[in-house]
Design a protein around this ligand. Structure first.
Ligand code: FPP
Length: 309
């Protein structure tokens, strides 16, 4: 009975609520009744899953230090967290996930730690390719990856090529990434094109032209930016794209950031009122205009007179 009703229910609800409900069911299928994550997943609004989630994965070093382990142990467990978060986001119907794996400033770290990060990246790529294919995920790097050691660079490009036709979630790995450099790259690309086409003297740059040349061009802007380990910083990450992202900072260190934490972050996001600089939907239009200042009329609010002249 369950075998018959299960797929029918997923199909019917997918028809009613769109593909996201079906995707969410994909996560629910893996969660046994009584599982705390199942309750959290059921509490989600399927229509309000963020299209794009960006994550600053922080706290690997502290996680290791608290256990008396070398920092690299935190990075190793951090890779396992990456694997589970990627799968969970794909199962929730997130369209794009961008993970900050290595900033352009991270070269200041000890050589041994950096070398180990490249080894971990290669390990991840080798072990994850099968899962990426199975989940129809397209992996793409953003950042100046040509500066990586050759083997890491080649393996990264190979996985990008192998997953290039996947139509499911887009997984962006920000590696040797700097948002400021991304913006400089975009502006330089615009100027170069104009120079080649002989339009440099008439060039006026607008927002669309910049957006189209960002590393994330074509993707929705992040709706939700998560930072683990409690630091209240953006750290040169997606500065243009997060203009209207909702921020979620958790004290949880990245190696401990599990499915429960992800679901909590999305539930918190779904409670936010996003106004994009406008007014709340709840405010009726005539409320906003009622009492508006008329030409030639002075307006007094709390003892302050504002002249219309
Ligand atoms: C920040 O923690 C973490 C990093 C700079 C590296 C993130 C890398 C991984 C999670 C593993 C590799 C990633 C992939 C995609 C395979 P931190 O070291 O700054 O921690 P701390 O602030 O506690 O010192």
């Amino acid at each position: 009975m369950v075998l018959v009703i299960g797929p029918y229910f997923v199909f019917a609800t997918t028809l009613r609520h769109g593909v996201r409900w079906g995707e969410r069911m994909k996560m629910l299928e893996a969660l046994a009744p009584g599982d705390r994550d199942r309750e959290l997943a059921l509490a989600l609004d399927p229509a309000g899953i963020p299209a794009h989630i960006a994550i600053i994965m922080d706290g690997n070093g502290r996680w290791a230090k608290r256990r008396g382990l070398p920092r690299i142990a935190g990075h190793k467990v951090g890779v396992a967290t990456v694997r589970s978060v990627v799968e969970d986001c794909a199962n929730l119907g997130v369209q794009a996930l961008t993970l900050y794996a290595f900033s352009a400033e991270n070269w200041k770290r000890p050589r041994a730690e950096i070398d180990m990060l490249w080894r971990l990246l290669r390990f991840y790529l080798r072990h994850e390719l099968e899962d990426l294919q199975r989940n129809n995920i397209r992996l793409q790097s953003i950042g100046h990856v040509e500066a990586l050691p050759e083997k890491a660079y080649e393996e990264l490009r190979a996985v990008e090529r192998a997953t290039a036709r996947n139509q499911g979630m887009r997984l962006n790995l920000a590696i040797n990434y700097s948002a400021r450099i991304e913006l400089v790259d975009a502006v330089n690309a615009i100027v170069d094109e104009a120079r080649i086409e002989g339009r440099l003297s008439d060039l006026t740059i607008d927002e669309k032209m910049i957006s189209r040349r960002l590393y994330t061009a074509g993707l929705p802007e992040p709706d939700l930016l998560i930072r683990t380990s409690g630091e209240m910083r953006i750290s040169n990450f997606l500065l243009w794209q997060i203009a209207y992202a909702e921020l979620y900072v958790t004290e949880t260190l990245w190696p401990d950031f599990n499915r429960t934490e992800l679901l909590r972050a999305i539930l918190d996001f779904q409670k936010r009122e996003r106004r994009f600089g406008g007014l709340s939907n709840a405010a009726p239009c005539d409320d906003a205009s009622r009492g508006a200042q008329q030409p030639g009329e002075d307006l007094e609010i709390a003892g302050i007179v504002v002249s219309s002249q």
